[in-house]
Write a protein that binds this ligand. Structure first.
Ligand code: SAM
Length: 353
């Protein structure tokens, strides 16, 4: 998924650094998991992983891509066909006719609320498909026809499919005023790949709260927000799809249709607060190896990162690794921000205890 800070293209760099430092298995915690790209790769490499994040959609990704094993789909035989696998179920969902519901109503120009604000997040056809798929998997889950693993795998596939046809430039803080080519394609879920492994887990929680309660573990992989942009306001639609709208819906507000608490702000995205949060987290968590991704333009200054890690790590084990990286950029950035170029450096700060 298009996501600020998504590390998919840096996985090789991250795993390479872990190898160079001799970190090759054990328990790993990724408390800012986002799309779960790193947590999933760590699972693939044989770690027993705990993936967590404050956002519900990130919990869905963690649950689907890290915690899930073989999904139980046998309750769908009458709807989908005998002994269905995940591919069969995804194909079935892709063929369902769209039935307009919450997303259609709020996020398309054809919905009564969407029309009031001129919202063009999805074409009416795609929005109706999102509504149908979301309602169908919820019903299957509520009726006990699929288990939790299946529910989260299908929900993750829907959130990613919706993102591919969203009429945005990458974040949901605004929509484009004409239909983009990607938005005109028909919504298509893809079958998620299941990575097998044991004892992996996902949670939705604040990073510091989680790390306060965890017993000692081997690897702490940190990838906190690195700028002042707040995820709840930038990804409110994936969040709504993840949470669902089945307990009476949500009272959305503003031009973009934010949920009531979408202006909640993480300390990690606040200048002045992030340094304190970082220091407290490093001091509190009981890690043996710490590896932190941080962008060269991040709001925690490099000398602070170094000081904190050296203070809490074993002498002589601190090292910073560097990788040039083509920056994540959405068109909406261009209006407000100036860049010195498209290349930034992504760093891995490492220390051991
Ligand atoms: C840079 S992104 C992580 C990207 C991720 N590694 C990936 O590859 O997709 C930072 C993440 O931190 C999460 N976050 C922000 N504040 C948080 C907090 N207090 N506790 C836990 N997660 C938080 C955001 O929701 C976001 O997903």
């Amino acid at each position: 998924m298009r996501y600020i800070g998504n590390k998919t293209r840096l996985l090789e760099f991250i795993i390479g650094v872990l190898r160079r430092r001799g970190i090759d298995g054990g328990t790993a915690v990724d408390p800012f998991t986002g799309t779960a790209s790193v947590a999933r790769e760590l699972k693939r490499q044989g770690f027993q992983v705990l993936a967590a994040d404050i956002m519900e959609y990130a919990y869905v990704f963690g649950r689907a891509y890290v915690a899930a094993g073989r999904p139980r789909l046998s309750g769908l035989a009458s709807a989908v066909g005998p002994d269905p696998d995940l591919d069969d179920v995804v194909r079935h969902l892709n063929h369902l006719p769209g039935e307009p519901g919450f997303i259609h109503r709020h996020f398309t120009p054809d919905g009564d609320v969407g029309a009031r604000y001129g919202r063009m997040y999805f074409t009416p056809d795609n929005a109706a498909r999102i509504d149908t798929v979301r309602a169908t998997i919820q019903r299957w889950h509520d009726d006990g026809r699929i288990d939790d693993d299946a529910f989260h795998l299908l929900l993750a596939a829907l959130i990613e499919a919706a993102d591919r046809v969203a009429n945005t430039t990458g974040v949901y803080a605004s929509f484009v005023k004409t239909w983009q080519p990607n938005a005109l394609r028909t919504l298509r879920l893809e079958t998620p790949e299941i990575v097998h492994g044991n004892g992996c887990e996902a949670r939705r929680t604040d990073a510091l709260e989680l790390l306060r309660e965890l017993r000692p573990f081997d690897l702490l992989y940190l990838d906190p927000p690195y700028n002042t942009r707040q995820y709840p306001g930038y990804y409110h639609i994936p969040e709504i799809i993840a949470v669902g709208w089945f307990d009476g819906g949500h009272r959305l507000r503003g031009k973009t249709g934010l949920m009531p608490d979408d202006d909640r702000r993480s300390d990690w995205s606040r200048q002045g607060r992030c340094e304190e949060a970082f220091e407290e987290l490093v001091a509190t968590a009981r890690w043996t190896h710490l590896v932190m991704s941080y962008n060269g333009e991040g709001i925690i200054p490099e000398p602070t990162i170094r000081r904190v890690l050296e203070e809490h790590g074993r002498k002589g084990t601190y090292k910073r690794y560097r990788q040039p990286y083509k920056r994540y950029r959405s068109d909406s950035d261009g209006e407000n921000r100036t860049y010195s170029g498209d290349r930034v450096h992504e760093y891995l700060y490492c220390v051991d205890r």
